[in-house]
Ligand binder design. Structure first.
Ligand SMILES: Cc1ncc(COP(=O)(O)O)c(C=O)c1O
Length: 428
């Protein structure tokens, strides 16, 4: 072993203390700054995932650090039944960003927790036990959220009354034809058949983990109508798309379709565990104590401070417009790469949520190909993730990523694709 391989020695010394729930990367990160992170050997990586799509103002942002320091020196925590001024101001800010929702917010910790809370709330109000989700959707790994996700077959025991409709396998607004019709029909049939059991339908406006699918606005408008006609709530899971990622506060704004609940997470916590459920004040009845919900870290002051910080920063720096511009730039770069490398298929995206498919032969295992691609990217100084069982590469950079960062990305992606092609030539 190289005596200076600190990544390896850290994993060797401490790795056996870690619950092995994942095949972790073989590097150990020690610091981050802006769009970059460094491993224990001093190697620098451009982080195209913003952590797990969360550190949207970059790593170790000094203003975020100041906000956290300030709240931790003012009010660290409250008992669950007592609200803080910091939380109340954040709830009001969320309301004012999207007044059409007349939103009523609870802040929670993870995306799955927020989905779980939302489903529970919807079932409680409708007094029905079931949900309808899309086959390629992903909503988290708690029992209720997993029952609505593409890994649903792995949960034990399966949840009764978890109905599933096919997601349109389409890649953009122009992709609005028979596939979308077919999926709307399925959705309508399932709701009609099981309406007495379904409290809510839950959908991602962009299906990320399931293949970066972009159903067109008509799809969402029609399922909205079906839900209304059958007295079923419509929940938008905006854990990835929410708080500016696609160039609007929430992605539903681009679909002309207002949901009954928005669930969000990731960006809103700036790298710390913050999520939320926003109930539509016009369509969700809100008697006092509609349903009790009591957990140790709900409506935390630090969560309120981070959300307020992000909203203020988005407003003062006009980051919604900036994300739309940066996204167009990134997408243009992916289109250029697609023209150069037949390996790059269907570049697509909205704002800073972009992806392309790996055009590998059907005989190559998708997961193996995706893992290999990301490993080569890492050797080239890029931290990138795949989804869609390895067949799609997704890029969700931070909101402050610069043109230089994107130039570095394009350069290193070229090297990655060239090496990946050699790997494919050798395996097929
Ligand atoms: C759309 C969506 N919903 C829910 C979740 C679950 O969030 P968490 O991992 O914070 O529980 C995720 C996580 O990737 C997600 O992308």
């Amino acid at each position: 072993m190289n005596a200076l391989d600190h990544n390896r020695s850290l994993l060797g010394d401490y790795g056996s203390y870690v619950l092995p729930v994942l095949n972790f990367r073989r590097i150990v990160l020690v610091r981050g700054s802006g769009s970059y992170v460094w491993d224990a050997n001093g190697n620098r990586y451009l982080d195209l995932n913003s952590g797990q799509f969360c550190s949207v103002l970059g790593h170790s942002n000094p203003d975020v650090a100041r906000t956290l320091l300030e709240i931790s020196q003012t009010l660290q925590h409250t008992d669950t039944s007592t609200l803080s001024e910091t939380f109340l101001r954040a709830a009001r800010k969320i309301h004012d960003c999207v007044p059409e929702m007349n939103g009523r917010t609870i802040l929670l910790s993870t995306g799955a927790e927020a989905v779980e809370c939302c489903l529970k709330y919807a079932k409680h109000i409708k007094e029905r036990p079931g949900t309808l989700s899309l086959d390629r959707g992903y909503h988290g790994l708690t029992h209720g959220s997993a029952a609505c996700s593409l890994s649903r077959d792995r949960i034990r025991p399966p949840l009764d009354h978890s109905y599933v409709a096919p997601a349109p396998v389409v890649h953009g607004d122009a992709d609005d034809g028979p596939e979308v019709d077919r999926c709307i029909e399925h959705f309508a049939e399932i709701v009609a058949r099981h309406r007495q059991h379904i409290a809510a339908a839950i959908v991602e406006p962009i299906l990320s983990g399931g293949g970066f699918l972009f159903p067109p606005p008509r799809y969402f408008q029609e399922i909205r109508q079906i839900c209304d006609d059958n007295d079923v709530f419509l929940i938008f899971d905006e854990c990835q798309t929410g708080f500016g990622r696609t160039g609007t506060w929430f992605h539903y704004e681009q679909l002309d379709c207002i949901p009954d609940f928005v669930v969000s997470a990731k960006a809103m916590g700036l790298g710390y565990p913050v999520s939320c459920v926003i109930a539509n004040g016009h369509t969700v009845p809100h008697p006092k104590f509609a349903m009790e919900y009591f957990s140790s870290h709900q409506n935390e002051p630090f969560a309120g401070a981070l959300v307020t910080h992000l909203i203020d920063r988005i407003e003062t720096c006009d980051l919604l417009a900036a994300n739309r511009r940066s996204g167009e730039h990134l997408l243009a770069q992916l289109a250029t790469l697609a023209a150069e490398f037949p390996l790059v298929a269907s570049p697509r995206g909205k704002g800073l949520m972009c992806a392309f498919d790996l055009n590998v032969p059907a005989t190559v295992d998708g997961k193996q190909a995706g893992d290999r691609f990301c490993a080569i990217a890492q050797e080239n100084g890029l931290l990138i993730q795949h989804c869609n069982f390895g067949r799609t590469i997704r890029l969700l950079p931070n909101y402050l990523a610069s043109p230089e960062d994107f130039a570095f990305l394009a350069d290193r992606l070229r090297d990655t694709l060239a090496t990946f092609q050699i790997f494919l030539d050798q395996t097929s």
